[in-house]
Structure formats: C-alpha cells, structure tokens
Design a protein around this ligand. Sequence first.
Ligand SMILES: Cc1cc2nc3c(=O)[nH]c(=O)nc-3n(C[C@H](O)[C@H](O)[C@H](O)COP(=O)(O)OP(=O)(O)OC[C@H]3O[C@@H](n4cnc5c(N)ncnc54)[C@H](O)[C@@H]3O)c2cc1C
Length: 440
Amino acid sequence: MATKDRAVVLGGSVAGLLAVRALASSYREVVLVERDPLPVGTSTTPRTGVPHGRHAHGLLVGGLRAIETLLPGATADLAEAGVPAGDMCGAIRLYADGHPLRQGTIGELGLAVSRPFLESYVRTRVLDTANLKVIDGCDVAGLDSVDGAVTGARIHRRSVGAGEETVAADLVVDATGRGSRTPRWLGELGYASPVEERLEVNLSYTTRKFKMAPDGLGGNHTVIVAPSVTNPRGGVLQVVEQGRAVATVFGILGDAAPGDLDGFLAFAKTLRAPEFDGILRAAEPIDEPATFRFPASVRRRYERLDRFPAGLLVIGDAICSFNPQYAQGMSVSAMEAATLLRMAPDGVTAPAFFRAVAPIIDVPWQIVTGSDLAHPGVQGERTGAIRFVNAYLRRLQAAARRDATLTEAFARVLNLIAAPRSLMRPDLAVRVLVRGRAAR
Ligand SMILES: Cc1cc2nc3c(=O)[nH]c(=O)nc-3n(C[C@H](O)[C@H](O)[C@H](O)COP(=O)(O)OP(=O)(O)OC[C@H]3O[C@@H](n4cnc5c(N)ncnc54)[C@H](O)[C@@H]3O)c2cc1C
C-alpha cells in the first residue's frame, strides 16, 4: 500500500526502470526522468543514452531471477517472443584459458537477448505502471535540498526555450549510470564524496552483427571466449532474437579490434577458440561496426560514508560499473532493485540500502578485479589470496575441459548464484587437483 507521496527516478535504463518497478507500490506517484525520448514498444535499436546497447550483453541467472521477482513471467514472455533460451551451462560454450569447458546442465535457464530488446521489454512492462509519470527528453540538472536533505530534482526539458523546473520528491533515486553526478552533488550539499576504487583495464569492445540460423552455433546460443594470461583477447558470439547474431571481440590495455570486416575477422581468428572465426566467415554481416572504450571498473563506496543526505539513493552503474566482459552490470542492477522492492514498504534509508547492496556487489567485484589482476599488465595490488585463487582457477579450467561437474560449479559462481568459495569444496578441490594436473 502506498504510504509516501512521490519518488523520482533519474535515468530510464535497466537500473532506473527496475527501480521504478520496485518503488511503485510504496509511493503514490513515481516520476521517471530520462534524457532520451523513450521508445514505445519492443525495439532492437539501441538508444543514444545507452551506446553500450550496441554490444553483446549477457544476462546472468542471478539477474534473471531478480528480474522475475520484479516482473513475474519475464522469462516466459521473452522466450515466447523468440529469444533463444537454454540451460545456462548446456547452451553456452565457454572457452577459458584456451580450454573448451565440457558443457553440463545447471537447471537454470539462460536467455540470449540483445540489450535493446531486453531493455524494451522491461520498459514496456514498467511503463504500464498506473502511478508512473514519465518525463523523457529531459536532462537532470541537479538536486533540490532543504537543510542538507534532498527534496527533489532539478530538470531541464530539451524542448526549445524550456527553463529549469523542480520535481519535488520524498525520495530521489540516481540511476544515471557510470557518469552519475551524485559524488559532485554531495560536495555541493556539504557532504563528503564516496571513496572511488578503480581498476584500469583500458578495454576496447568492437561489435558487428550478422544474420544467422537459430542453430548456427550448433545447438548453443552463445559462445564465450574468456581472455587468458597468454592471450588477453576475448569475444562473445550470441544468437539473439530475430535470427541475428551479435559478435563482440575485445582487447585490453590498448589492444583493439578494427571495425572493418576483414580486420574484425582477422582479430577473431586470433582468439583461442577455433570455431569463432569460422562461424563468422560463414555468416552474413548486416550492420555497421560499433566500438566502445571502457577505461576502468569503478566502485563507489557509498556504504562507507558516515553521513548521507536523507531522501537520496544511488543504484546500478552509478554505484559500481564492472568491466563488461564478465556480463554483470544488468544483473547486479536487477539484484539491487529487488533489494529496493523488499525494503521500500518500510521506508528505505540510504545507509540501510547501501549496506544491503554492498554484499551483492562484493562477489562480482571480487571476480572482476581478481581475474583482471591475472593479467601482468593490469596495475594493482595482487594479494596472496588473489594469486592463489587465480592459480586454482587456471587448474580448475584445465580440469573442466573433461569434467562437466567442475564447469557446472564454475558456471554457478559466474552466474552469481553460488559463492566463489563453493569452488573450494573438498570434492571439487580433489577433482581440480587430480584432473587439473593431468589436463595441463
Ligand atoms: C560495452 C558494455 C558492455 C556491457 N555488457 C554487459 C553485459 O554483457 N551484461 C551486463 O549485465 N551488463 C553489461 N554492461 C553493463 C550494463 O549495460 C549496465 O550495468 C546496465 O545498463 C545498468 O546500467 P544503468 O541502468 O545503471 O546505467 P546506464 O545503462 O548507463 O543508463 C543510464 C541512463 O541514464 C540516462 N541519463 C544519464 N544522465 C542523465 C541526465 N543527466 N539526465 C537524464 N538522464 C540521464 C541515460 O540516458 C541512460 O538511459 C555493459 C556495459 C558496457 C559499457
């Protein structure tokens, strides 16, 4: 039952849309402010405000579960709309450290859905909310405050001659993504900014789209080539809805694939996965290439601040933006929004929310930073634990080439439904030690 008057959500991408859904039953009105004009209906076209939408996006099991909590029936709807679906371990071919891991089944459905199509599905469901007001084509200019508490957002419509307006609110949620200005706004309100942890990777994504038969990947919907210490290039090839394939290849530390078809295919040939380049050569290119530079993973430690203004929350990439090759950002955003859904009826406060989402972020952050530090050129502190885990994982991946039980355990961790320490279970450790040694 709605007990509070109005919440304003800034940013209408995955985190913002799901935050709207989380708040809708606890506020009489929710206002969504988005810079782009929001498209109506399902769409496979990326928005200007989400340039990363042109690149392959994996949705993890942890994220899909959270989306189901917020939007019941989403998985079935998407599968019915033609999104390829299959077991998260059985329909995805994963090359890790050059090894094709033996596929298994984890009993969890994985969807191969393009980012614009997924966002448009979420948007269509969320825009159906009766007490939602959308202000799109509108920039957020800043926060309104009284005595250090946030009381609304200042907005600027993009129409000619429009002046600044204020939308009063009991709660403002910043979901404007990685470029969030909350750290700066906090300073203007007399609060400290959060400590920002960064791990520079200087990652370059290049993506091309192809026309491909649904069985173009031999019964799989996705092929993933994880970068390794000996070859830090990687790629993702996904057959998504409408018989299209999205192929993204990437390099780190300044290495980048060219966009032209020949250069792109030549880069794909250098990946440690024999089928990647062959499949692409047999497919029909259908779009212009897209590139994206991602300098660093960034985590803002809001949970460590002593003081934070009442009436303000931050969610999604605005809190933590992960190296995208691990496909975690949308899932973590959805898990945070599911937490907001649980907390909103009792009146969510920023310290309680940041404390609740910090453990959700801890695991993917540990996976990203630990794995990136395996590359000698990435600068950062390599603790004994990181070195040990990376050595253990290399051995696990070698063993998983012939051992589906290990692939399944690894997939559960990567999908954020099992803790990394589960890989150290005695029965798995024995397999890793015995089979990993034999396989190397
Ligand atoms: C290249 C790349 C690949 C990725 N691949 C994956 C993947 O495989 N799997 C995965 O889960 N995640 C992936 N991610 C991350 C994922 O895209 C994000 O985590 C996800 O979109 C959630 O982000 P968000 O909603 O917090 O912010 P964003 O998606 O960045 O959206 C921010 C929104 O706020 C709006 N906005 C910004 N500033 C203003 C303003 N001043 N006024 C009004 N509106 C504003 C923007 O227009 C936009 O709509 C990838 C990211 C990148 C960069």
